[in-house]
Design a binder for this molecule. Structure first.
Ligand SMILES: N[C@@H](CCC(=O)N[C@@H](CS)C(=O)NCC(=O)O)C(=O)O
Length: 214
């Protein structure tokens, strides 16, 4: 099984399924293609029906799109419990993942994940003063606080135990750190920041960051 990813430094879409496959204990290799170079674009066009990464090559098929790969993994590895066990939590976890997949456009447009997503300190940037970005951050803080309060008792993750939403929101935590966002300015009572700290401390994420910088 091979996961083809875009450059690790920038590709939030690639990080998500990679984290999920690691959580499953799946046996897979990772191939990085520089989709921003001419040669990389030709290569990804040959491999991916959408001409985008990530994609998973498995059992003779190519699964394209980060969300489709995560859904496949949940189906293929039920023992990894990639969705919350509680039905209500599961409905909301899927809503949160879909919201991230299709929304938060201002944050995604104005605040890239890289290039320093494994670092803190002088390389960080100031948050762009865009109204849409502020609105997106307020919404994320509210979402994190609500889900942690309702479902977080069993662990540090959004729904207590680790689940697919945690993969989807890891790039958000890197953006908040990179752009030095003080979440208390956006309504956080501390729960959203604590959740982001947990995301940034995930050993798998630290491994991804280290490999991105090599
Ligand atoms: N909705 C897709 C988005 C994938 C995507 O935008 N991938 C970027 C890299 S992060 C890409 O391949 N860009 C190449 C290009 O635009 O030519 C997913 O979730 O997999």
């Amino acid at each position: 099984m091979e996961l083809i990813v875009a450059p690790r430094l920038y590709s939030t879409w690639s990080l998500r399924p990679w984290l999920v496959l690691r959580r499953c204990g799946a046996d897979f290799t990772t191939t990085e293609i520089d989709v921003y170079s001419e040669a990389g674009q030709a290569e990804i066009a040959r491999l991916s029906p959408s001409r985008l990464a990530p994609l998973l090559r498995v059992e003779g098929e190519t699964i394209w799109d980060s969300m489709a790969i995560c859904v496949w993994a949940a189906e293929r590895y039920p023992e990894a419990r990639l969705w919350p066990a509680d039905a209500h939590a599961r409905w909301l976890a899927r809503s949160a993942v879909c919201e991230m997949h299709s929304g938060f456009n201002a944050l995604r447009t104005h605040c890239a994940m890289g290039p320093d997503h494994s670092m803190v300190g002088p390389d960080r940037s100031d948050l762009p003063g865009d109204a849409g970005v502020a609105q997106d951050i307020r919404r994320l803080v509210a979402l994190f606080m609500e889900m942690r309060a309702r479902f977080g008792a069993g662990g540090p993750w959004l729904f207590g135990e680790w689940s697919i939403p945690d993969a989807f929101f890891t790039p958000v935590a890197t953006r908040f750190r990179h752009y030095q966002v003080d979440l208390s300015d956006f309504g956080d009572d501390g729960a959203a920041q604590a959740y982001c700290d947990a995301l940034l401390a995930q050993p798998d994420f630290l491994e991804w960051s280290a490999s991105a910088l090599r």
